[in-house]
Design a protein around this ligand. Structure first.
Ligand SMILES: *Cc1c(COP(=O)(O)O)cnc(C)c1O
Length: 339
């Protein structure tokens, strides 16, 4: 079977670099949605706790519940409250859902500063505060998300300008409505690294902690190291003669005789089929040949065990996607080992 190794030193190295930027470990909110970006929700939670990270961000109530013991603060991004817990905060993504939140729920208000995906409109801020008050919710924070923090455009700047207005108005409204002092946050990984002097209350970091962040060259790139490596074990091996073909459709034709080994890892495990037939080579130079099957993939190799990749951002271009999708495609039943 395939297995995943998680490199603790690399993860801690990345958290060191992130903490330098946030200026405090307490301001790191590790994004663990989608099974910790495919790394393993519980494995990464345990490592984060060991490092001293106290905050986590997830998509669902179930994810939040399962990691309650590891963190002091957990923000749920994508669900209306189903579970009551002192540690869990819920995101208000739409003004029309506020009345569906149970009284006394701790909430964070998401404001749309330009991405137009989730969050209330800036013009709805006062109305949202009225509804939050009426519903008896505990408003703790106001936040936003960037649509282009990882691109070299001016968009990051104008969204920051919009968020400044949101902050000023929220501070006034919080006083008026008798809420406690609010926290504010707007940065994902790329945005955090663009701030020369980060001064928000926390940063929601995912891909940088996992060491697979890709930014345009002129944006500052740090010495982040990939945490996850993927390995597969042998199914079978054969000698191929010149002109023989491999796999479904026989897409690959041997140009000379070679040893071809088939490994126990395919698209059913999360190896994106679009990677195939593009000359992808493992970190040790073994070439992926022919189509990727559900449970199998073939390489020019004679090894019993193969390191398929140790940096998702290097595989991503072959699959015509981003490291996030390569990672979150990895199925949760693959064994994860911390090394
Ligand atoms: C996924 C997500 C993040 C993390 O983004 P990275 O680019 O992985 O750092 C932060 N904030 C929100 C709202 C997200 O959905």
């Amino acid at each position: 079977m395939a297995y995943i190794t998680l490199n603790k030193n690399n993860f801690f190295n990345n958290l060191d670099i992130i903490a330098e930027h946030t200026k405090s470990v307490d301001k790191i909110a590790l994004v663990l949605k989608d099974n910790g970006y495919g790394h393993g929700l519980l494995e990464m939670s345990a490592l984060a706790k060991e490092y001293g990270v106290k905050k986590a961000v997830v998509r669902t109530c179930e994810e939040a519940k399962s990691i309650e013991d590891f963190f002091e603060y957990i923000l749920v991004l994508g669900e209306i409250p189903k579970i009551k817990s002192d540690k869990i905060r819920y995101t208000i993504n739409d003004i029309n859902t506020i009345s569906r939140f149970p009284a006394n729920t701790k909430v964070e208000l998401k404001v749309d500063t330009g991405m137009h995906r989730n969050g209330i409109d800036i013009s709805e801020l006062q109305e949202a505060f009225i509804k939050i008050k009426e519903a008896g919710l505990i408003l703790e924070a106001v936040f936003t998300h960037h649509r282009s923090a990882d691109e070299l455009t001016s968009e990051w700047f104008w969204q920051n300008e919009n968020f400044k207005i949101v902050k000023a108005n929220s501070i006034k409204l919080a006083k008026e409505f008798g809420f406690d002092e609010l926290r504010f946050h707007s940065s994902n990984s790329a945005s955090l690294f663009r701030h020369a002097d980060f001064d928000e209350d926390m940063a929601r970091v995912g891909i940088s902690a996992y060491g697979c962040m890709k930014l345009p060259n002129s944006l500052f790139v740090e010495n982040l190291k990939p945490v996850l490596s993927l390995h597969a074990t042998i199914n079978s091996s054969r000698e191929l003669k010149k002109g023989e073909r491999v796999g479904y459709g026989g897409d690959y034709e041997a140009k000379e005789s070679c040893k071809v080994t088939n490994y126990n890892f395919g698209y059913g495990d999360g190896f994106l089929r679009t990677c195939a037939n593009k000359g992808y080579k493992t970190p040790n130079g073994e070439e992926l040949i022919g189509r990727i099957s559900m449970d199998n993939s073939s390489f020019v190799s004679d090894k019993e065990e193969l390191l398929i990749f140790n940096d998702a951002s290097k595989v991503a271009p072959f699959a015509e996607t981003i490291s996030y999708e390569v990672l979150t495609s990895l199925k949760s039943d693959i064994t994860r080992k911390i090394i």
